[in-house]
Design a protein around this ligand. Structure first.
Ligand code: SAM
Ligand code: SF4
Length: 335
């Protein structure tokens, strides 16, 4: 990439060309693995990035070699000025994409298309209406399922994120894969990860190996195809021969993919996180508002990035509650 500069290069030889921006801390669902039932303390509005600040910060990242921007949340589509944000970011030379729970995405089809967003990741953890309501604490299964079909019909490239939890939805792994027989979507099974307030423990997680045990017990060896993963891909990709879609596993817990990590995360209140698992943050927004250049802050944050999972390089460390509970709840990071 010709505009790559040392600003986004860490001490482990990784260039960071992918920025995930969280637009909002609020959400219209309440997924239990993502946020505590009582909610999270919200930043005052004046502490959140305005659409112009998002654009200015994104522009600086692009100048130093970011080529992909993904918008996330909370629920990004709940933010009132989302059309303006999309319009501004669409003027940058980046691949723009979004992660949404799809509850209201049917209202945004045109605005997404006009601004060149064609890759959409949605979240759907169960194909059972009652279970969906239980995990999200809201009764929105029908609309989410309908919107998934609508997105496919409208020609978007759709990935469906499924956070797997023991005794809750692991018995749906094969149902989800069967959905790919006729539907050209990528089902992405995600290992349940620890964040503040989500009552994580290793026993609740369904591992990559366990997913493959279900797959191997159901489909013949010849029909299970291991696909080539894209560069910097966080997932291990598979397909059942003849099926229109495919499936993947994101194994951040049992098989971290930190060697090829190219991601940085900007929270809705303008803090840069150099790793999903790291509790340290760098205040980009205050620096921007003070009129100082943000590059030195970005560079320092990138250079402080640990080689593996925010320093939790072993499963033992990941299981240490005091290490992961200093981190934010996922709802204020954005995935
Ligand atoms: N509201 C949008 C959505 O649900 O797609 C975007 C934000 S959400 C935080 C982004 C992704 O993070 C979702 O796919 C969600 O499933 C995933 N996620 C949240 N908490 C998680 C956890 N504890 N472990 C693994 N994935 C998690
Ligand atoms: Fe909201 Fe997404 Fe978190 Fe669910 S996973 S509570 S939809 S931000």
């Amino acid at each position: 990439m010709k505009n790559e500069t040392p600003v986004l290069q860490d001490l482990h030889g990784r260039h960071h060309g992918y920025l995930r921006i969280s637009l909002i801390e609020r959400c219209n669902l309440r997924c239990s693995y993502c946020m505590p039932e009582e909610g999270v303390p919200l930043s005052p509005k004046s502490h959140l990035m305005t659409n112009e600040e998002i654009y200015q910060i994104a522009k600086t990242f692009v100048k130093h070699g970011v080529t992909k921007i993904r918008l996330t949340g909370g629920e990004p589509l709940v933010r009132k000025d989302i059309p303006v944000i999309l319009e501004k970011l669409a003027t940058l030379p980046v691949e723009l994409s979004i992660t949404s729970n799809a509850v209201i995405i049917d209202k945004f089809i045109d605005v997404l298309k006009v601004n060149g967003v064609n890759k959409i990741n949605i979240s759907l953890d169960s194909l059972d209406r009652g279970k969906f309501k239980h995990i999200t604490r809201r009764d929105q299964f029908d609309i989410v399922y309908k919107n998934m079909l609508l997105l496919v019909e409208e020609g978007f490239k759709v990935k469906v994120n499924v956070v797997l939890m023991k005794g809750f939805n692991e018995n749906e792994i094969i149902d989800f894969i069967n959905l790919t027989k006729e539907l050209p979507v990528v089902i992405r099974f995600i290992e349940f990860m620890p964040f503040d307030g989500n009552k994580w423990d290793m026993g609740k997680m369904v591992s990559y190996a366990e997913v493959m045990t279900y797959v191997n017990a159901t489909f013949s060896e010849e029909s299970i195809q291991r696909l080539q993963d894209a560069p910097n891909d966080t997932s291990k990709n598979y397909k059942i021969s003849g099926y229109k879609g495919s499936f993947a596993v994101i194994s951040s817990v049992t098989n971290p993919f930190c060697d090829s990590c190219n991601r940085l995360r900007l929270t809705a209140n303008g803090q840069l996180k150099n790793c999903l698992f790291s509790s340290s943050e760098s205040d980009i927004l205050t620096t921007l508002r003070s009129g100082k250049p943000i590059e030195p802050v970005i560079q320092k944050a990138v250079q402080a990035k640990f080689k593996v999972r925010g320093g939790m390089d072993t499963l033992e460390k990941l299981q240490e509650p005091k290490l992961h509970s200093n981190n934010r709840s996922m709802i204020t990071i954005g995935g």
